[in-house]
Ligand binder design. Structure first.
Ligand code: UT7
Length: 329
């Protein structure tokens, strides 16, 4: 799916993020599984990640992020009429984390539901909220992306354990005067889905699945997929919007592995200093990754009004998604 923005201009008017306090270093991981700081740094660029406390579930991470985004937008929870939460680790399957968050935030008039698209979830939710605002179905949306992947990892499997971390981010979308969002490109390849899966997590019996009920990943295949779609999706959305790669001021790719990110900037021809990188400190936080990076870029003063911002996510599904926008805050 690809589209250039049409209709009333819509943009991000508030951003927030939250990560748990607990820092888990590579050295600590090497006491749990057969790995080393050297291997993890060299193959992934990840130095440490955050891990939720036992009593913290997804909404506990999402709530502070949501509150910060709402405050920055200068609105209140009750002003929201749409709340989307992209996650593969909701508090529970139902009630949805979105409905729980809407209740806590006082968003009593809001439609609220969760969305599943693996690490691309935030990009899918962003596009969906955008579409609802443009169609006049909603005026103010909160889009949350977050995951507590530490709960669905096999803590004896070094090939997945070292990659992931916990965190959440949130943005408020509203109609504005000048166009923020310029276009989106989203895609899915279920044929490759087997390469990144959570067997036993749904109605398909464990007997028919491969794996042990934890995240199952064919790292090499996902690596090849990720390096390919980060480039193709970004190029597609830029072309559809009539923008050149040289115009991109801030590039925010899904924070999966620094080698994947370096490959993408090199292939795309985006100067590395325009790319936001925080995978070294948080690992891959799945749906939380792009809004976390967005919040950090804003806090560091790297996002300025008028900047052309390119975001691309990819992950389980296999799915991918890009958004191109002019920063309007
Ligand atoms: O949102 C998308 C989510 N997923 C991803 O983005 C993951 C994409 N894939 C990757 O990032 C990389 O494939 C990995 C970081 C997972 C693995 O890196 P790699 O360079 O592709 O390593 P590999 O799978 O080819 O494994 C090389 C060796 C193997 O040993 P042998 O067979 O050569 O003896 C692995 O068993 O490294 C071994 N290995 C490890 N060694 C130390 C795998 N994981 C570890 C580890 N520590 N944590």
């Amino acid at each position: 799916m690809i589209g250039k923005a049409q209709g009333p201009p819509v943009s991000i008017t508030g951003v927030g993020a939250y990560v748990p306090d607990r820092v888990l270093t590579n050295d600590e991981l090497s006491t749990l599984v057969d790995t080393s700081d050297e291997w993890i740094m060299e193959r992934t660029g990840i130095r440490e990640r955050r891990i939720a406390a036992p009593e913290q579930a997804l909404t506990d991470l999402a709530l502070p992020a949501a509150k910060a985004a709402i405050a920055q937008a200068g609105i209140e929870g009750k002003d929201l009429d749409l709340l989307l939460c992209a996650t593969v680790t909701p508090d529970m399957m139902f009630p949805t984390s979105s409905a729980l968050l809407a209740d806590t935030l006082g968003a009593n008039e809001a439609a609220a539901y969760d969305l599943l698209a693996g690490c691309t979830g935030f990009m899918y939710a962003l596009a969906q909220a955008y579409g609802m605002l443009v169609a006049g179905l909603a005026e103010r949306a909160l889009v949350v992306g977050g995951d507590v992947l530490s709960r669905i990892l096999d803590w004896t499997d070094r090939s997945t354990l070292v990659l992931f971390g916990d965190g959440a981010g949130a943005v408020v979308l509203e109609k504005v005067e000048k166009p923020g969002f310029l276009g989106f490109e989203l895609g899915a390849d279920g044929g490759g889905g087997i390469h990144l899966s959570l067997p036993g997590s749904g109605s398909r019996s464990m007997e028919e699945a491969t794996g042990n009920g934890y995240v199952h990943m064919n790292g090499r295949e996902v690596f090849k997929f990720a390096t390919r779609v980060l480039v193709s999706s970004a190029e597609a959305v830029l072309e559809r919007c009539g923008a050149a790669v040289e115009d991109v001021d801030v590039y925010i790719p899904h924070q999966a592995n620094v080698r994947i990110l370096d490959h993408a900037v090199q292939k795309l021809g985006i100067p590395r200093e325009r790319m936001i990188v925080n995978v070294d400190r948080y690992g891959n936080t799945s749906s939380g990754s792009i809004p976390l990076a967005l919040a950090e870029a804003q806090a560091d003063g790297r996002l300025k009004k008028g900047d052309l911002v390119l975001m691309t996510g990819m992950g389980a599904g296999l799915t991918w998604g890009s958004a191109l926008m002019e920063w309007t805050q």
